[in-house]
Every structure is written in structure tokens, then in C-alpha cells.
Design a protein around this ligand. Structure first.
Ligand code: GDP
Ligand code: CA
Length: 330
């Protein structure tokens, strides 16, 4: 069974880890293509940083800081502190010393002419992803950067709102200013990375994990051709609600959905993706009210426990998603 998962960072990575466990339990060989969001990517101190690709890689390799959900465990920050000694900005983004080796590797590969896809494959190989049955593809080899329109707290009163990089909005400003709009800068000119459309066309199942619907899945879908390929695919597309009990479990989706005019509600997210994309949708048992409106829109919907508290619980969610995919296929 060939499975394609468009994914962001922490939520997407944890889901894929559970999916691998579910496949192992069922005795199914894993053939999973993760199409990773690169809208969070940023160049810092000359280094190309791809937070979501690295979070997927580290999580599947068992090399993630579990508590934070990003970066390496037992990390030190010597280089960052030395940079702060020079006053090199920004100070709000902390890259750990071990993590820096990944960014140095990627940056040197890119500088020597490799594409982001090639650099990503080299990094994924070191962490054993191919051996797990996972192919990690960036959504695009061209740069796409998510920016958020905000009234910046450093600007004088009366200044017009301005676009800030997603990392400045989330890490630097802690998502405090109200998001007025979210823009995937460069998306219109971007093309899907090699293998993305091919994987979608060959997929037996597409699963949308509980990743941020605006800045993770939304950005992958903003790459021209990706959404159309998913809609055209014969494979069932089944999503897992990224909201539980009408609230986020982590992250800032509750601050960004309103900027797109979408209610912070598991059913509203399904309707935002739309019946042209989704065949099935899982909501948490606490959001059972969402089942009827989602089904009325033509999307098969089930309410099951959706908290990814540990790998076995996440494997049960992934197994439910695969079951729903089989049900809508039949
Ligand atoms: P990313 O978008 O994949 O980088 O992941 P985040 O960790 O930023 O989370 C994305 C979305 O998934 C947020 O809206 C979270 O509320 C949601 N999420 C995180 N953990 C869970 C969980 O255990 N269960 C469900 N259903 N959603 C979750
Ligand atoms: Ca992300």
C-alpha cells in the first residue's frame, strides 16, 4: 500500500511515526512518501534551515527532543550564545549545536549545486528513513516562505500592518499580534519537487495528518498542481482533525484560522479543505457535533479519540484513518 502524507513538523511527524507502528502491527510493509512543508524555511547566519523537514527526520529516527517536539535531545547552544556575544541577529531563534551540523550539511550541499530534494535525501539517509520505508520529499525545490500580516509591536502607532516571516511571527512574537492574513510568498512561481506529483498519482491512500491546516498543509496545497493532483487522484484522501474539543493541542492554528475566515472547529477545518479534496475526516470524540455537518458536505466522518499521547495511541489513530480510507474506497 503506497501512502502519501503531506505534512508539517511536529504534528505531522508524530502521526507518521504512529502510521509506521500501525503498518508494522498489521504486518504491512511501509511505503510512505512524506511531502514536507518548506514554508517555514528560513536563512539564518547564512544557513538554510528547514524546520519541518528536520522535525520529520529527527522524529522518525528517534533523535527528536520529545518534550519540545523539535531539535535534538541533550542539545547545547554554545554557538548561538557566541553569536549573541557578537550581537548577530536574530537572537529569538535558537539553533542547537548538534542541529547546526544538519543545517551546515544542507547549506554546503545547496552551495555545491544540489537541489533541496537532493540535500533532503542525503540528510534522510543518514537518519535511516529509507530503511523505515519512508521517502521524505520537500513540497518544492523553489523557495516558498510563509509570511503573516500583523500590526508589528515595534512599529509606531498608526503604522500600516506589515508582513513578517512566519518564524518571526511564531518564535519571535509568540503569535501575540492578531494575524490579519497569511501569505505563501513565492508559492505562485513554485513547482512541486521531483517525485511529488508522481507519488500522489501512484498513491493508494493519502492521509492528511494533524498538521497546521494553514501554515503546514495549507502551504503544501498552495504549491501549484499539488491540490489538483490530490483531487484527481483515485486514492481516497482522509484527514485527521488538528483540533480537539474546539481547541489546538499545540501550535498557533487557533490564531491563524480566523485570518482565513475559518472557525476554530474540527468540522470547519474539513469544510475549509472541502469535499473536492477530502473523502474522509476523523474528529475527536469530544467533537462529535461536527460529524453531521461534515457528512452533509459529502465527506465521510467518524469520531474517535484523536490525542497522540504516545506511539500506540497514535498508531490507533492512523489505523482508523486507514480503515476510513478503505470504507470510502468501497
Ligand atoms: P505541524 O503543523 O505538523 O508542524 O504540527 P504542530 O505540532 O504545529 O501542530 C499542528 C496542529 O496539529 C495543531 O493545530 C495542533 O493542535 C494539532 N495537534 C497537535 N497534537 C495533536 C494531537 O495529539 N491530536 C490532534 N488531533 N491534533 C494535534
Ligand atoms: Ca511547521
Amino acid at each position: 500500500m503506497r501512502i502519501v502524507v503531506p505534512a508539517g513538523g511536529t504534528g505531522g511527524a508524530r502521526f507518521v511515526r504512529g502510521l509506521l507502528a500501525a503498518l508494522a502491527e498489521a504486518g504491512e510493509p511501509a511505503d510512505v512518501t512524506v511531502v514536507g512543508n518548506t514554508g517555514d524555511d528560513i536563512t539564518l547566519w547564512g544557513l538554510r534551515v528547514c524546520p519541518d523537514l528536520d522535525t520529520v527526520t529527527y522524529t522518525l529516527a528517534g533523535a527528536i527532543d520529545e518534550a519540545k517536539g523539535w531539535g535534538r535531545p541533550d542539545e547545547t547552544f554554545t554557538v548561538r550564545d557566541e553569536l549573541a556575544g557578537y550581537g548577530v541577529l536574530p537572537t529569538w531563534f535558537g539553533l542547537g549545536d548538534r542541529d547546526l551540523a544538519t543545517h551546515l550539511t544542507r547549506t554546503s550541499l545547496l552551495a555545491s549545486g544540489a537541489t533541496l530534494s537532493e540535500a533532503t535525501a542525503t540528510i534522510a539517509a543518514r537518519w535511516g528513513l529509507p530503511g523505515l520505508g519512508v521517502t521524505l520529499l520537500p513540497m518544492s525545490d523553489s523557495p516558498v516562505e510563509t509570511h503573516v500580516l500583523v500590526q508589528h509591536p515595534d512599529d509606531p502607532a498608526g503604522a500600516p500592518p506589515r508582513l513578517v516571516h512566519f518564524q518571526e511571527y511564531w518564535v519571535g512574537l509568540r503569535a501575540a499580534p492578531r494575524a490579519l492574513d497569511v501569505v505563501a510568498v513565492g508559492a505562485e512561481q513554485a513547482r512541486p519537487a521531483p517525485g511529488v506529483l508522481e507519488a500522489v498519482a501512484a498513491a493508494d491512500v493519502v492521509l492528511l495528518p494533524p498538521s497546521n491546516p494553514v501554515v503546514s498543509i495549507g502551504t503544501v496545497l498552495a504549491v501549484p498542481g499539488v491540490r489538483a493532483a490530490l483531487e484527481a487522484s483515485a486514492a481516497p484522501v482522509v484527514g485527521v482533525a488538528p483540533l480537539v474539543g474546539g481547541a489546538v493541542v499545540r501550535g498557533m492554528a487557533d490564531r491563524l484560522l480566523p485570518a482565513l475566515g475559518v472557525e476554530v472547529d474540527a468540522g470547519a477545518v474539513a469544510l475549509h479543505y472541502g469535499a473536492s479534496l477530502l473523502d474522509g475526516w476523523l474528529v475527536d470524540t469530544s467533537d462529535v457535533h461536527a460529524v453531521a455537518p461534515v457528512e452533509q458536505a459529502g465527506i465521510a466522518c467518524r469520531a474517535v479519540p484523536l490525542l497522540m499521547t504516545d506511539v500506540p495511541a497514535t498508531a490507533r489513530i492512523a489505523a482508523e484513518a486507514l480503515r476510513l480510507a478503505e470504507a470510502v474506497r468501497a
